[in-house]
Design a protein around this ligand. Structure first.
Ligand code: GRF
Length: 194
């Protein structure tokens, strides 16, 4: 299976996914694509020999459709079977989502359906949750919704700050996303729970 990975920044989840696709793995990374040409993850992808591309979303002044039309050029050229959003921070239009329905994955740093949207760690701490974590789900038209493909749970410590919790969740993301992708690439959509 050909996997394209969309990033916006450091790309630590992209690195975890890319580095997991070795040996007899059923998938291989064919493109790393960013909405920010300066995304550090692009350099990390190139260092792994993965083709990269970038479309600067700031050139489209909020015209999402025009931005996505540009984004689709390198993405379709890569002929992906699976598209993984990994730290991708732009909202995609229903037209884009529909085009990859059933094979567009995202990782979100909360135990969905709790805390869709932003500032998930601060919200979990504020709520006094004993647990937090990450979710990999199929992307649908509604932000941070869609069928859950896997979750990883971590404890919230009493002295946690959003930063310390974020770091613990990120470590769990790096285990969860590769595990979900390996299973999903074989056509198996049963949940991964870590
Ligand atoms: C992190 O906050 C992570 O929890 C979320 O996207 C952000 C950046 O991730 N999934 P990455 O290092 O770019 O993969």
């Amino acid at each position: 299976k050909r996997v394209a990975i969309l990033i916006s920044g450091g790309g630590s989840n992209m690195v975890a996914l890319a580095d997991s696709m070795t040996g007899d793995h059923p998938a291989c990374p064919v493109l790393v694509l960013s909405n920010d040409p300066a995304a550090a993850g692009l350099t990390r992808a190139a260092a792994r020999g993965i083709p990269t591309a970038a479309v600067d979303h700031r050139g489209f002044r909020g015209d999402r459709a025009a931005f996505e039309a540009e984004l689709l050029m390198p993405l379709l050229a890569a002929e992906p079977d699976i598209v993984c959003l990994a730290g991708f921070m732009r909202i995609l239009t229903p037209a884009f989502v529909d085009r990859f329905a059933g094979r567009l994955l995202n990782i979100h740093p909360s135990l969905l359906p709790k805390y869709p949207g932003l500032h998930t760690h601060a919200r979990a701490i504020e709520a006094g949750d004993a647990e937090a974590g990450a979710t990999v789900h199929l992307v649908t038209r509604v932000l941070d919704e869609g069928p859950i493909l896997g979750q990883a749970r971590v404890p919230v410590q009493p002295d946690d700050t959003p930063e310390t919790l974020a770091a613990r969740v990120l470590t769990a993301e790096h285990r969860l996303y590769p595990a979900v992708l390996r299973r999903f690439a074989t056509g198996d959509t049963t949940r991964v729970d870590l």
